[in-house]
Design a protein around this ligand. Structure first.
Ligand SMILES: Nc1nc2c(c(=O)[nH]1)N[C@H]1C(S)=C(S)[C@@H](COP(=O)(O)OP(=O)(O)OC[C@H]3O[C@@H](n4cnc5c(=O)[nH]c(N)nc54)[C@H](O)[C@@H]3O)O[C@H]1N2
Ligand SMILES: Nc1nc2c(c(=O)[nH]1)N[C@H]1C(S)=C(S)[C@@H](COP(=O)(O)OP(=O)(O)OC[C@H]3O[C@@H](n4cnc5c(=O)[nH]c(N)nc54)[C@H](O)[C@@H]3O)O[C@H]1N2
Ligand SMILES: [Mo]
Length: 816
């Protein structure tokens, strides 16, 4: 770096805490002057001044992730976003007389903002009872933030579900007896393990050249090294992705939402050709259930064999390709098999996961080096850094509706009240997960949107239910408040906005990324950037609200002593979370940097502290313990779901009393074992006659979801938000590259320019997730958010975030 331009600056290390899933994995070396970031460089803590790390590092270095945690383009420019002109700097109140969504606000004091919000909370509870304040979406933790506040105050309801991995988490519990709370037990240091032990690598729906689970590009880089050593890589994706282009030996296009058919046919080949691992299956699989599944696979009852020829008709992968691939993965032991999250983030996603679990069981690919973790949740180090804020209050926030159906939960209530919809039907549709008797008291009148930390989520854009419904639901509310940093399409609907800080730069924090294909580390974010305007720490915001609701701030946040001491109190809290880390390693006789060293930039590379790469399921494989299912075995057929007496119970628990966190009271049409069904709004739905194209909404390379949509350095010629359409679908519609087109269905319409490409299977279009909903007066979305066109699989409220749907595309005739 040319030092002449950097006089008077100091440098420090911090982790990038984007919502890209890296959660603090990637390292930034930042320059700062007078509290303002002036420049950012990539990580240089390993292999300083080395351009090509693979030229200098050893096998041991690779196994222990002694590589730079390289940040992506988003991370490098993230600091610019702190100084964006649309940053919310002061508490804001919607200008009286203006409509929600117009985005006209006036600055108010913190006093007025907090008094108003607390006042509205009290008024709402008084008038409408405890179940009247709702969080759209989900993820109010009971342990901190708003959730903790409500646990003391005794009102409020939440949605349930995760956005990313619901189907996997649910099936991990149902089929393998491992709830998400035990995720660390079946983690694996995947990248090193894969590089050093796998004979073949097969990835379904995974592009590790961008953020997904390969933040900082390390996973892609390990894949590249594996290929250089002769390990073949096969990628199965409807799109010819960058990974398919630069990292794969073979690309197999597949119709989206049909991977289950492929998995069934692969199981068919394994069984038919006697390629399955009998020892493993006899030892670890519930054989009664497997018999039932085999009957289905061989078509004993329905007369339809689920062989590769059958699957080809569903998924468009040639039968011979399926047969070859199955023989390859059985012969190359171990093969590293990974079906990524997007594959099961759709209706019927649970079956996709359960079939994949079963397939790997037939191959015996559980808990052995080089085969991946079998349940694809992403590695999680077994180290908690969350320190309790004190004992919790006594109110348990009921998780009522599936987060993605929050608007439906509000709107359909009218039909229940009018008798048009039975309570039972309502509960099945919205994925009710609470005690059924609470429904009669559910009376949503105020929205307090939250998530974890300072984020309140951009749900109008990121919930996969059309904003047209969400806005209708928002407009039923008497009051809306959101904690946020920038003027997103969602924030524009708030009556009061509480401005919060940037987690990467403005708040001190100990960071433990919870996924990243290995590369687990613990780092320190020093929070040295001067927070702009009157933005506040999220903890402070909730603490001050607690005070106004009659909760002692010390009860709320046990580190609190007084307003004057706030900075110190907060520091003690941050240090306490590092003490937990020291304690954790001390138990294993491992010494880690002291607090002083840690805060001066030394970090913990967790992979380096392990003797060998971690391989999951050790309890079951090495120690002979049973799986945590009813049968003690891997359940290809779920004994819990198979028992109809369990349906409709409210909250479900397994035979050990552990909550099935992602199972609604009535699981609708989820079958006990993976059987193929035509997806609602899938390519074979009768609706496809009207809307013949399948919309895919994958995650964007140059945004984290919707974050950075308006980042000046990540748009225009860097990233052009376009609808991808295949050359053949474009030519039959007379659409040329860069033409303005409209994409529409019965839920909404978006208008944008087309990217005509051969990188996509005909019959599909792609609209990257996170475009900012920008409606005209008639509700046509010129920001082009895929959510505008999504939603509504009510066959079961279980369905994971539905990120695909049917649409039609034509040339746009209106004015641009
Ligand atoms: N840059 C960036 N990185 C991110 C994020 C981001 O927004 N931006 N978000 C982060 C988060 S929170 C998450 S959950 C992860 C999500 O990561 P993923 O779950 O991997 O997300 P997607 O991009 O939806 O899907 C990945 C690939 O699957 C393909 N695909 C879609 N449907 C199917 C199908 O039915 N079958 C098959 N075989 N392939 C299919 C898509 O074409 C795409 O190439 O990414 C994380 N990383
Ligand atoms: N169509 C479609 N929809 C999807 C998906 C899909 O694949 N397709 N994927 C789903 C998935 S997996 C996920 S995880 C969700 C994500 O959904 P969201 O959580 O809503 O995602 P973001 O757009 O990242 O929203 C985060 C918000 O927090 C703000 N923010 C970011 N960093 C900070 C910070 O440091 N401080 C403060 N105060 N605020 C900050 C941003 O401005 C942004 O408005 O989307 C889901 N929705
Ligand atoms: Mo996600």
């Amino acid at each position: 770096m040319d030092t002449r331009h950097h006089e008077g600056e100091t440098t420090f290390y911090t982790s990038c805490i984007g919502s890209c899933g890296s959660g603090g994995l990637c390292i930034l070396k930042a320059h700062i002057k007078d509290g303002v970031v002036t420049a950012v460089e990539p990580d240089d803590r390993y292999n300083k001044n080395i351009g090509r790390e693979d030229a200098v590092i050893s096998e041991q270095d690779l196994a222990k992730s002694r590589v730079q945690a390289r940040v992506c383009a988003k991370g490098i420019v993230a600091y610019k976003y702190m100084y964006h002109p649309d940053r919310i700097l002061y508490p804001l109140k919607r200008v009286p007389g203006t409509r929600r969504g117009e985005g006209k606000y006036t600055r108010i004091s913190w006093e007025e903002a907090l008094d108003t919000v607390a006042g509205k909370m009290k008024e709402t509870r008084e008038k409408y009872g405890p179940y009247s304040i709702i969080n759209p979406y989900f993820q109010m933790s009971g342990a901190d933030g708003l959730g903790r506040l409500l646990s003391f105050w005794g009102a409020g309801v939440d949605g349930w579900g995760m956005a990313s991995v619901d189907a996997i988490m649910l099936m991990s519990h149902i089929a393998a007896g491992s709830p998400s709370t035990e995720r660390a037990k079946h983690t694996s240091s995947s990248a090193a393990d894969m590089l050093q032990n796998s004979k073949l690598i097969v990835l379904w729906g995974h592009d590790p050249t961008m953020g997904s689970l390969g933040p900082g590009h390390q996973f892609a880089w390990y894949l590249k090294l594996a290929r250089e050593r002769g390990t073949r890589v096969i990628i199965i994706d409807p799109r010819y992705t960058v990974a398919a282009e630069v990292l794969a030996d073979q690309w197999i296009p597949i119709k989206p939402g049909t991977d289950l058919a492929m998995f069934l046919a692969m199981a068919h080949v394994l069984l038919k050709e006697d390629l399955w691992d009998k020892d493993f299956v006899n030892k670890h699989v519930d054989l009664n259930g497997l018999e039932k599944w085999k009957r289905y696979i061989f078509g004993i009852d329905d007369g339809v064999e689920k062989n590769p020829e059958w699957a080809e008709k569903k998924c468009a992968v040639p039968a011979e390709t399926i047969r070859d691939l199955t023989r390859l993965v059985a012969a190359n032991k171990p093969s590293w098999l990974w079906s990524n999250w997007g594959v099961s983030r759709k209706s019927g996603g649970e079956q996709v996961v359960q079939a994949f679990i079963a397939l790997q069981a037939l191959l015996g690919y559980w808990g052995i080096p080089g085969a991946g973790p079998a349940v694809n949740l992403g590695p999680t180090p077994d180290i908690a850094i969350h320190v309790p804020w004190g004992p919790n209050g006594s109110y348990n926030i009921p998780r009522m509706y599936r987060g993605q159906y929050w608007a439906q939960a509000v709107l359909l209530l009218d039909k229940v009240k009018s008798g048009e919809l039975s309570p039972k039907e309502y509960m099945r549709m919205v994925g009710w997960r609470a005690d059924p008797s609470l429904l009669s008291q559910f009376n949503p009148k105020m929205v307090f949107g939250t998530s974890y930390g300072p984020f309140s989520r951009n749900f109008i854009v990121s919930v996969t239910d059309s904003p047209n419904y969400q806005i209708e639901a928002l407009n039923r509310m008497e009051f809306i408040t959101l904690v946020h940093n920038t003027m997103t399409p969602t924030v524009r609907y708030a009556d009061i906005i509480l401005p919060s800080r940037d987690w990467t730069w403005e708040e001190k924090r100990v960071c433990r990324p919870d996924s990243g294909h290995g590369f687990a580390s613990i780092t320190y974010c020093p929070g040295v950037v001067k927070p702009p305007g009157e933005t506040k720490s999220w903890i402070w915001i909730y603490l001050k609200l607690a005070e106004r609701l009659g909760i002692s701030p010390r009860d709320y946040f046990s580190y609190y002593t007084s307003d004057e001491n706030w900075e110190n109190d907060y520091d003690r809290y941050v240090k306490a979370s590092y003490d937990k880390v020291i304690e954790h390693y001390k138990k294993r006789n491992i010494e880690v940097p002291s607090w002083e060293e840690f805060t001066r930039g030394k970090f913990i590379n967790c992979d380096d502290l392990e003797e060998k790469p971690i391989v999951g399921w050790e309890d079951q494989m090495a120690r002979g313990k049973p799986f945590g299912t009813e049968s003690g075995k891997i359940e290809v057929y779920s004994n819990y779901i198979g028992n109809e007496a369990n349906r409709g119970k409210g909250e479900h628990t397994d035979s050990f009393g552990r909550l099935y966190n992602l199972l609604p009271s009535d699981w609708g049409e989820v079958p006990p074992m993976p059987v193929y069904k035509t997806a609602v709004r899938g390519m074979d739905d009768p609706l496809s006659r009207q809307y013949p194209l399948m919309l895919l909404s994958p995650h964007p390379r140059y945004r984290a979801h919707s974050t950075f949509w308006d980042h000046p350095w990540l748009k225009d010629h860097i990233y052009r938000h376009r609808v991808w359409i295949s050359t053949s679908d474009a030519s039959t519609r007379n659409i040329k590259d860069d033409d303005l087109v409209q994409v529409f269905n019965d839920r909404g319409k978006v208008v944008m320019r087309a990217y005509v490409t051969s990188r996509l299977m005909p019959g599909n279009i792609v609209l990257h997730h996170g475009g900012w909903y920008t409606p005209d007066e008639s509700g046509v979305d010129f920001g082009a958010s895929p959510s505008t066109l999504l939603g509504g699989d009510f066959r079961s409220g279980t369905t994971p975030f539905k990120t695909t749907g049917l649409v039609q595309v034509e040339k746009y005739q209106g004015e641009s």
